[in-house]
Design a protein around this ligand. Sequence first.
Ligand code: ARG
Length: 400
Amino acid sequence: MKPTLKKKQKVILAYSGGLDTSVCIHWLSARGYSVVGFCVDVGQGIAENFSVIKKRGLACGAEKIVIQDLRESFAEDYILPALKAGAIYEGKYLLATALSRPLIAKALAETAQKEKATAVAHGCTGKGNDQVRIEVSLRVLNPKLNILAPVREWEMKSRQEEMDYAKRKRIPIPPKKDSVYSLDQNLWGIAIESGPLEDPWNEPPAEAYRWTTDPAKAPNKPDYVTIEFNRGKPVKLNGRSLPFIKIIETLNATGARHGVGRVDMIEDRLVGIKSREVYEAPAATILHLAHKELEHLTLDREMLSFKEGIAQRYSRLIYDGLWFTPLKTAFDAFVESTQKTVTGQVKVKLFKGTAMPVARKSPYSRYAESLATYSGKDLFDQKAAAGFIALWGLPYIKHR
Ligand code: ARG
């Protein structure tokens, strides 16, 4: 990047109010850019702190700071397809951060157009997945936009150096209390990295967790939540019709109280690094379990097993930043057709860190008590099993 520019170019920076992006504002304006700090509300609690964040952004040198509430689109257009698909990365990560990136990229591209900006910027480091997700999405959506990634370019190598920079330039930074952890939070979960977590042999200290009660200290009495799905979409909670986003928020609160949704894992980043990640995702955990349970009641065995393969590929596609691709569209069409019968209710028991589906029903249930029962009501023709076994084992038996 050239240090000075003839005409002031406008750049839209994805601004979180955190240390990295606050320093980004100053750094970009010092290089001649006119910076618009753009905050996307995906349920990270930014609206509550917006006046503080705005003040900080302006003091760092931004021309203006804008916020856009995209929580509903995040829930409907990003979280929901992932839930229906059963997308869970490496069997553990429910993809909260990964799902928000294509949405943020899309909002950045749209805002750039509205504001007549020639460039967009983000505060991702050069070691993570988020730079890939945001930039690949941006390039697909608008290849003409110039993309700037200050954190990848500047000399500062640590949070401490960024704080020193802020001090030198007399710009305000967020209070220090959270500085040992790197956090990313939205409706679907929170990601917690660095500090003592960088040693995979360290158990996460109690204060690393933000949302969830320690399961050992969770209530001694379980709570039950009943989720009703319509074609794969959660539509009611405990018998009440609610918008999807409200269902997520309520389950985050109830699940967190019971210590549900903690994940501690070694994760394979797209850029080849293994990293130790801690997550909290109460609602996502409960909803994935309930949704899967209903699928097991309403889908046949071949469909279930084939769909599991799609779920795994879908999770990688999200993780790898390939949201705006034809493969994603094709997967959605397949998943959508599998969800025609995923209608019904699942009751989940929350207790001491666990979420366990304990009851399920559906008008499309494929479960037949008359076949499964060991009582006198049995309609299953047990004699037919003998012929089945003879043919099933045929390929493996020696014949002359
Ligand atoms: N490892 C996760 C991902 O790539 C989360 C990254 C979250 N970022 C953070 N600053 N904690 O999706």
